[in-house]
Design a protein around this ligand. Structure first.
Ligand code: PGA
Length: 252
């Protein structure tokens, strides 16, 4: 029994006032939701205020990134310690935009995951292939490498605090969602990998989210798939009405 998770990645959008407005609207409209975990990831500058506004609610707050050291001479960075300090409970790592635009590699992502776990924060670890990799028949190799390297030296016990997000790069922000079958195929493959790397219990318990152009119109079909345990939503998480509908997905 894996409790679904719907997470909103606000990326580089919204001022503090706009973030608070959206957070407060969601707090009211989703107050009755108990069967799905809800997470939102605002920009750094809004994190503290949004976490304060949502304290005690059913919406958890995530950062979109972190640096794997607690303190030190790391100009411009934010650590897991500081995220915890302002009321964050989760952090996204390994998003394809960080991999592609900022050149982040699995080893760095692994260090971030471990630093977050050390502060008892939950990790949303993103992985996913590019269109070129998929068309070149390398999708399974890419996913295997990303998972193995990003989860290096992470224990079965720590996996309770790791959420995976399969986000095919070609589906992010493009409007081109993976089909239900394409997404399920990748998720089932990832669950199989977890079984081999850890054990059947870890494979069974780990939540694997799908991300890439999730919208109210396609969430129900995705969530009906056996191995899809939630979604990581970018664009559609910026509108209260759309995100609320995604949280209230319907499985037939
Ligand atoms: P999208 O972004 O929903 O806008 O495609 C998803 C993500 O990057 O997490």
């Amino acid at each position: 029994m894996r409790k679904p998770i719907i997470a909103g990645n606000w990326k580089l959008h919204k001022t503090v006032a706009e973030s608070l407005e959206l957070a407060n609207t969601l707090k009211t409209s989703l107050a009755g939701t108990t069967d799905t975990e809800i997470i939102i990831a605002p920009v750094f500058t809004a994190l503290g205020k949004v976490a304060e506004a949502l304290a005690g609610s059913n919406i958890a707050v995530a950062a979109q990134n972190c640096y794997p050291e607690a303190t030190g001479a790391f100009t411009g960075e934010v650590s897991p310690l500081l995220l915890k300090d302002i009321g964050c409970s989760h952090c996204i790592v390994g998003h394809s935009e960080r991999r592609q635009i900022f050149g982040e590699a699995d080893q760095f992502i692994n260090a971030k995951a471990k630093a977050l776990l050390a502060e008892n924060l939950k990790v949303i670890l993103c992985i996913g292939e590019t269109l070129e990799e998929r068309q070149g028949g390398k999708m399974y190799d890419v996913l295997t490498t990303q998972i193995k390297n990003s989860l290096k030296d992470i224990s079965a016990a720590d996996m309770q605090n790791i959420i995976l997000a399969y986000e095919p790069v070609w589906a992010i922000g493009t409007g081109q969602t993976a089909s239900d079958e394409q997404a399920e195929e990748a998720h089932a493959f990832l669950r199989g990998l977890l079984q081999g790397m850890f054990d059947p219990e870890v494979a069974e318990a780990t939540r694997i989210l799908y991300g890439g152009s999730v919208k109210p119109a396609n969430v129900d079909g995705l969530m009906a798939q056996e191995d899809i345990d939630g979604t990581l939503v970018g664009g559609a998480s910026l509108k209260a009405e759309d995100f609320s509908r995604i949280v209230q997905f319907k499985c037939s």
